[in-house]
Design a protein around this ligand. Structure first.
Ligand SMILES: CC(C)(COP(=O)(O)OP(=O)(O)OC[C@H]1O[C@@H](n2cnc3c(N)ncnc32)[C@H](O)[C@@H]1OP(=O)(O)O)[C@@H](O)C(=O)NCCC(=O)NCCS
Length: 158
């Protein structure tokens, strides 16, 4: 599938909210997203099919000092398993490398095997757990880190 990434704009909001609604847990509201778009250090991207201009997924990340943090990645339900999540995560990892950051961090529900597998496949390692971090349902968070120094040279979008 042909994919392009674009900086998220207010015009993408309707599509991003639709994908958020499909995710069920930890969904972000319009206000959350607008506030994220305004932050100076945020990296908010959408994956687009250039033939149809359809928004197929999105990622929210930000950088602080020498680290980046991925807050969220989500793909439209009908487009999962096609490499779109990996495409978006790898763009953020490439940006972290290009910005000279040392690492990229994230938290993920322990039951979210699709996301954990995506992150492991992108070079993240489990570095810890936060017991009972998530509510509804109550669940541990797995902390994962991608080290730009250990992984440089390995990044290339599929
Ligand atoms: C997690 C999510 C973003 C993955 O996106 P995706 O576009 O379907 O994933 P990709 O097609 O890029 O798959 C990348 C890797 O993830 C893994 N993966 C993806 N879906 C999987 C599934 N259902 N079960 C197991 N592994 C899976 C595979 O290892 C795959 O590797 P491969 O390319 O070698 O096959 C998507 O399932 C989603 O939007 N889920 C709801 C939101 C969410 O949970 N976000 C993460 C927490 S913030």
């Amino acid at each position: 599938m042909k994919l392009e990434s674009q900086k998220m704009e207010a015009s993408h909001l309707e599509h991003v909210l639709k994908i958020e609604a499909e995710c069920g847990k930890e969904t972000w509201s319009k206000a959350n997203i607008l506030s994220e778009l305004q932050k100076e250090n945020s990296i908010c991207l959408v994956a687009i099919n250039p033939d149809s201009d359809a928004v197929l997924g999105h990622i929210f990340a930000y950088s602080v000092l020498d680290e980046a943090y991925i807050n969220k990645v989500a793909v439209a339900k009908g487009s999962r398993g096609l490499g779109i999540g990996k495409f978006l995560v790898k763009i953020v990892l490439d940006k972290a490398v290009n910005l000279g950051l040392e690492s990229v961090m994230l938290e993920v529900r322990q039951s979210n095997l699709a996301a954990i597998s995506l992150y492991l496949g992108c070079g993240f390692c489990e570095v810890g757990r936060r017991t009972g971090f998530y509510k509804n349902p109550h669940e541990d968070a797995i902390l994962m880190t991608f080290s730009t120094t250990n992984s440089s040279g390995k990044l290339s979008a599929k």
